[in-house]
Design a protein around this ligand. Structure first.
Ligand SMILES: [Zn+2]
Length: 366
């Protein structure tokens, strides 16, 4: 048990971490001695079964050169399942993290739990609804009912979950996913109408009710996006502070389309990289098209300008497609040749014996 008090540790570091102070402390990303290979995995579907079987999986993971597993340890965004030893009211707990960390230790593979960046737990239905995205789209949107990141209480709750994981497990790092507004594809067409967003609109745009028409005005769009990016940056700074206080590595899954998705959703990960807020940044560059992967990564590396390591996210199997083993390895090779600090594969459950054998060969030569 590695119990540390979140409130005490937070209060102990009184100096505020700001984006500008972080920026001024950064020169260039420290070079890792060897490119890293990471993989995303899920505690509710992976590493189950008898000890011998799981240990054999971990030996295979190590032999294939995988250094770090980013492990989903709670449901996101809507449900209440915790697959770590949670002590937060509202979670239904089934601790699968303790066992996985032990296997990782034996095999020499780090397990970094994934924290869903915008999440709360234990709310009444009414309170949940109040703090959720309201699109105003006729007939509703699939995004309605997902947590809106404009609520500071929700952003602080995500931090509470990270602290709970740190307090109840000995870990060497954690990973942020969904650290953004989750009104994907809707943010400009159907700007959120929840109470917190309306307060922001009144303060920064001069009126409570806005629609996509208002956001055709460049100045209004600028402020609209700035408020969203400031809100998420505020959360990231607090996660960074928590990581520093506990001497942990911090990493994130980033939207691949920086201008079209990330910035619209408040996820200015290039700026965060320049400010040194992350040890590993993993843009989800999932595509079956080798050229598209190269184009995405080239833009990202140009923008990052060496200030932070980029670990190109390669999709082996994801919701929109899958690559073949050889294609995945070609993309991995491209990534390192272009200057990425490593690769991150989505996802463990999609990897078969051929993939592990190919990764083993690949990792020998890096
Ligand atoms: Zn909202």
């Amino acid at each position: 048990m590695n119990r540390r008090n979140f409130l005490k540790t937070t209060a102990a570091t009184s100096a505020a971490l700001t984006l500008s102070s972080a920026h001024s402390a950064v020169s260039a990303a420290p070079k890792e001695s060897k490119p890293k290979i990471m993989v995303w995995a899920h505690a509710h579907t992976d590493f189950l079964g008898e000890d011998d079987k799981v240990m054999a999986e971990f030996e295979k993971i190590r032999e294939s050169g995988i250094d770090i597993i980013f492990l989903f340890v709670h449901s996101h965004p809507d449900d209440n399942q915790a697959w770590y030893n949670a002590s937060i009211n509202g979670f239904v707990v089934q601790d699968r993290l303790s066992r996985t960390i032990n296997f990782g230790k034996k095999a020499g593979v780090e397990i970094h739990p994934i924290i869903g960046g915008i999440k709360d737990i234990g709310l009444s239905e009414a309170n949940r609804k109040k703090r959720s995205y309201v699109s105003g789209k006729p007939g509703g949107s699939s995004r309605d009912g997902r947590f809106c990141a404009s609520w500071q209480t929700t952003r602080l709750s995500s931090l509470r979950i990270a602290s709970d994981v740190i307090n109840n497990h000995t870990i060497s790092g954690f990973h942020l996913d969904y650290i953004r507004y989750i009104d994907t594809g809707m943010g400009i067409k159907w700007p959120c109408q929840c109470d917190a967003c309306k307060q922001n609109y009144e303060r920064f745009l001069g009126k409570k009710d806005i629609a996509s028409f208002d956001l055709q005005n460049p100045g209004m769009l600028f402020h609209y996006l700035k408020v969203r990016n400031d809100n998420i940056t505020d959360a990231v700074l607090q996660f960074k502070k928590l990581a520093n206080q506990n001497n942990l590595k911090i990493s994130m899954a980033a939207r691949a389309d920086y201008f079209g998705s990330a910035l619209v959703e408040g996820q200015d990960w290039i700026n965060w990289g320049h400010a040194g807020l992350f040890d590993y940044i993993c843009p989800m560059n999932y595509t079956t098209d080798r050229d598209e992967h190269r184009d995405l990564l080239k833009m990202q590396l140009n923008l990052m300008d060496g200030k932070a390591g980029i670990y190109s996210g390669l999709g082996r199997k994801w919701s929109a497609g899958e690559t073949k083993t050889d294609d995945m390895i070609r993309q991995a090779d491209d990534a390192l040749n272009m200057g990425a600090a490593g690769i991150s594969i989505y996802h463990y459950h999609g990897l078969n014996d051929k993939d592990f054998a190919a990764l083993k060969e690949f990792s020998k030569n890096i």
